[in-house]
Design a protein around this ligand. Structure first.
Ligand SMILES: [Ca+2]
Ligand SMILES: [Ca+2]
Ligand SMILES: [Ca+2]
Length: 218
């Protein structure tokens, strides 16, 4: 590769990175081979370990069993680790014991908001640091709902999902007082995803970290 084509590739990569940052997405960090029904254990693990894989999504709708039930809204996607490895199936090792931390910011008007999940297995949802869905159990896909009255402005979302065997599914949607649940990037969504100022830097570091890890493992 010549120097100028390298430069072109670098510019293309930067453009792709800044497009992703500007798209205002939720960060999905997957931690393989660890799970717990204790939210503090998940928080502690995430704070002290690097995610095995991470990806940005504008809506949250995952399953390791595309033939099974995957929520009320049509469609689903593979989890980040399975996608990165090309692994398929609810019983594949990468789809069996893991947890995911999903985080980001939304802007809303003032009002009452409902947060709905269909999940297998459990999860913990925080909005502005308040635990509004607390499901510390193992179960087939089940519906949960949390509620919070929000002021106009920016609000933080943090969700910890865990999987221990069988199907791993999570669909996470939002509604205002109308209770019409939609994905966060739906045109009718009552919330707008907000980019963090550090998103670009974090995304760049993530790519760098991944490259370093590949090199170490090679
Ligand atoms: Ca779905
Ligand atoms: Ca599974
Ligand atoms: Ca399961």
């Amino acid at each position: 590769m010549t120097f100028s084509s390298l430069k072109l590739a670098a510019v293309a990569a930067l453009f792709a990175v800044s497009s992703a940052a500007n798209a205002s997405l939720l960060l999905v960090e997957q931690y393989d081979n660890f799970w717990s029904t204790n939210v503090n254990a998940l928080i502690d693990y995430a704070n002290n370990n690097e995610a095995d894989t991470s990806a940005y999504w504008s809506h949250i709708d995952f399953t390791d069993d595309p033939n099974g039930f995957a929520g009320d809204i049509a469609g689903s996607n593979p989890w980040p680790s399975a996608k990165a490895a090309g692994a398929a199936g609810k019983n594949h090792g990468l789809n069996q014991t893991f947890f995911a931390r999903i985080s980001g910011n939304i802007a809303t008007d003032a009002g009452d908001f409902y947060f709905r999940t269909f999940n297998d297995d459990g999860l913990f949802l925080f909005v502005d640091g308040e635990l509004i869905i607390n499901d510390n159990t193992l179960h087939p896909e089940k519906r949960f709902e949390g509620f919070k009255t929000l002021t106009a402005g920016v609000h933080n979302i943090e969700l910890f999902f865990f999987e221990n065997g069988g199907e791993a599914s999570l669909e996470f949607s939002i509604a205002d007082a109308s209770r019409q649940f939609v994905h966060f990037d739906n045109i009718n969504s009552p919330a707008t995803l907000v980019p963090e100022p550090t998103t670009l830097a974090v995304f760049g570091l993530g790519l760098f970290g991944l490259a370093m890890r590949r090199k170490r493992n090679a």
